[in-house]
Design a protein around this ligand. Structure first.
Ligand SMILES: Nc1ncnc2c1ncn2[C@@H]1O[C@H](COP(=O)(O)OP(=O)(O)OP(=O)(O)O)[C@@H](O)[C@H]1O
Ligand SMILES: [Mg+2]
Length: 258
């Protein structure tokens, strides 16, 4: 059997926000020696309690922070050794959706402009508007939203705009960091359905970060459980809920860990 190559590999990742002089032991690492690989069309969730290092992994994968040690490979290329054009492609192929759309959207930009800024400069100006309309339609928003500012949208609509913007570069991997946590229950369900839909239609792979076990079964194949900066265990979702012997994992799936 030919094994496909990973879309993303993380090798021995360590993240430490403290300066060398201010830490004395490994306890102060936000991420401690984390390694895993992800394959196309096999979505992974990183789950665990608050402060265990989930976002630090996401930020490292997005190359928004520099890990103290370890490497991140995207399609076999070390993201810290990429040339300009490789980095440009990487930035388009790996797109984030964050928890809070209010922080992700510029309050002084219309929805149209926010998405336009993300579109490739190679696309003709005349085609951009149609593309933006179709990106918005794809996430269930109509043309009437084009000229609106973020304050004129609901939380759920703003998160849809963030998803549309993330999809505007035709990414392969979406990094979703608590994408529904800031939304009310009915919007949470709608955004889960939307993500499920676009994942299937657009052949996307998700790296989903969440502390909510209830959304896993709809969106992901594999789960990594984190605690205190380390991955405690990693397996397929089904295997984990059926067979995990780990007490922390069992508590997580019983919704006892927030
Ligand atoms: N920019 C930063 N500077 C200093 N410390 C940080 C920074 N970002 C995160 N930390 C610390 O690193 C640790 C891991 O934080 P991280 O944000 O990765 O956790 P998380 O699992 O995403 O938590 P949550 O579920 O609350 O979002 C925490 O102790 C946090 O206080
Ligand atoms: Mg976080």
């Amino acid at each position: 059997m030919i094994k496909s190559k990973p879309i993303l590999s993380i090798n021995n990742l360590c993240v430490n926000y403290l300066t060398k002089s201010s830490y004395k032991n490994k306890q102060q690492y936000a991420v401690k020696d984390v390694s895993f690989s992800m394959f196309q069309n096999r979505s992974l969730a990183i789950v665990g309690n608050s402060g265990c290092g989930k976002t630090s992994i996401a930020m490292s994968v997005l190359k928004l922070i520099k890990p103290e040690s370890g490497q991140v490979f995207f399609n076999g290329k070390n993201i810290h050794k990429m040339h300009r054009s490789e980095l440009f492609n990487f930035r388009r192929q790996v797109q984030p959706v964050f928890q809070n759309p209010d922080e992700a959207l510029d309050p002084l930009m219309t929805i149209e402009k926010s998405i336009r800024m993300a579109l490739s400069s190679n696309i003709l100006k005349s085609q951009k508007r149609d593309m933006i309309i179709s990106l918005l339609e794809n996430v269930g928003l109509g043309q009437e939203h084009l000229k609106k500012y973020p304050y004129q949208l609901s939380g759920g609509e703003k998160q849809r705009v963030c998803i549309a913007r993330a999809l505007s570069t035709d990414p392969k991997l979406l990094i979703l960091d608590e994408p529904i946590s800031s939304l009310d229950i009915s919007n949470q369900a709608k955004i889960i359905n939307l993500l499920k839909d676009i994942k299937e239609k657009q052949n996307l792979t998700f790296l989903l970060i969440t502390h909510n076990p209830n959304i896993l079964k709809f969106l992901i194949d594999d789960v990594a459980i984190m605690k205190d900066g380390e991955v405690l265990e990693m397996s397929s979702y089904n295997e984990m809920i059926l067979n995990s012997q780990n007490e922390f994992t069992k508590r997580f799936f019983r919704n006892e860990i927030g």
